[in-house]
Structure formats: C-alpha cells, structure tokens
Design a protein around this ligand. Structure first.
Ligand code: MN
Length: 232
C-alpha cells in the first residue's frame, strides 16, 4: 500500500524484562473507581456499573520525559492509576476469562485539564478536551502478569516534588480488574494492545511548570514526568 503521507509510528510501551515492545491500540479509562476520589470530585461512586472515557493512543507518552504544560488549561491535574494491558482477544467474557486475558500491568498518569473537564460536566458535553490531552497518557513500562504478583493490597501513590499527594491501596478500587475487563468486554471486542486506565485515588491536584511527578505501585516500574514550559 502506498500512502499519501508517511503514517505515524504505532504508539508502543516497553515491557519490563524484555527487549520487545507492546504496541498500543486503544486507551480506555474508568471514571470514579475510588470512593474517596469520587467524593473530592463532588460526586459519588456509581455502584451499578463502571463507566468509561477514552484517550487517543496518540496521547501516549513515555515515562521519564519532560513534557510541556499543555495549551488550553490553567488547571492541569495529575491522576495516578493502575494500567491494565490486555493480551488476548476477548468478548463478553466472565471474570475468570477476563483475568486470564491480562498481559500485564503498568503505572500510568491520566493527566487532565480539570477546567475543561468541568466545562464538559457543566454543559453536559463530552470530556475530550479535558481528558484526551496530547502527551496526557503517561505510562511506564509494562510488567508481565507473572512478574507482577497479586494486586490486592498493593500501595498506589504519587508524589509531586517529593510531597506525597495520592496514597491508597488497590483494594480501594470499587471495581476490580476482572470486573472492569468483563464489563468492558460487553461493549468492545477487546484484544492485545488495548490498555485500561483503572481510575485514580483521592488527592488529585494541579501541577506547575518545573514539577517532578513520581507515581508508584508496589512491584511495578514507577511512572515519572517533569512538567516543562508550554510549547510555543
Ligand atoms: Mn482518571
């Protein structure tokens, strides 16, 4: 096939302990999956079913970079999240098959234009400007599931310039990983390359130019980001 212009490179993430890369297809994100964060956002957890928004795979950014403060916001927020990488084709699966389809886990930052997200809420419009931010899905290398250990009770935390801002455990998630994957597979033919950002604990807040952000989940590679000057 001859293209009229060169296609963009396929976004990809390193795999911890391997020289192979994980090519990224879609990035799904779970809303309000920690009760304390739902409260700080002025809402409450929906216990009927999880719900989602998406980021373009081209919003993916590697961990360890200095990335510019994005245009169109004066309230850019960090959200530290467990990222699930799908490794097998699944559709309408039960929770056992959902768990078995997970390739691995990573630390990720769901970077958010909070002011633009609030506009969306206020006007009952979509969240794209708030959430689908260029370089706004910062994700570390993926740890294969066999090396990641049990998720239960693992600490998830984030610090800005060394100050801890978010600190919880994965037990605090309202919907577990198998429950999320099972539910999402009712709506999409999920497959290798699909990522799910599973929601953030309480303690989200604004970042400034020069801030160093470090996100940790026990047993996974940390995600780091430095906020650079706005691009010209
Ligand atoms: Mn989030």
């Amino acid at each position: 096939m001859r293209y009229v212009f060169p296609p963009k490179a396929i976004p990809a993430l390193p795999i911890i302990g391997s020289d192979l890369f994980y090519p990224v297809a879609r990035i799904f994100c779970v809303g309000r999956n920690y009760a304390a964060h739902a409260v700080e956002m002025g809402g409450e957890v929906d216990r009927e079913a999880p719900w989602y928004f998406t980021k373009s795979s081209h919003a993916l950014a590697q961990s360890g970079k200095t990335l510019p403060y994005p245009p169109g916001t004066s309230n850019y927020h960090h959200e530290m999240e467990l990222v699930v990488a799908i490794g097998a084709p699944i559709f309408e699966v039960d929770t056992n098959d959902a768990g078995a389809a997970v390739f691995g886990y990573a630390c990720g930052l769901d970077m958010t234009r909070r002011d633009r997200q609030q506009d969306g809420k206020d006007h009952r419009r979509p969240w794209d400007l708030g959430k689908d931010v260029e370089n706004g899905a910062v994700i570390a290398g993926i740890t294969p599931i066999a090396d990641a250990g049990q998720l239960r009770s693992k600490r998830i935390s984030l610090s800005v310039n060394g100050d801890v801002r978010q600190d919880a455990t994965l037990d605090d998630m309202v919907w577990s990983v198998p429950e999320i994957v099972r539910h999402l597979s009712r709506f999409y033919h999920l497959g290798p390359g699909d990522l799910i950002m599973t929601g953030t604990p309480a303690g989200v807040g604004p970042v400034q130019v020069g801030d160093d952000i470090v996100g940790n989940i026990d047993g996974l590679a940390p995600v780091t980001l430095t906020i650079g000057q706005a691009a010209g």
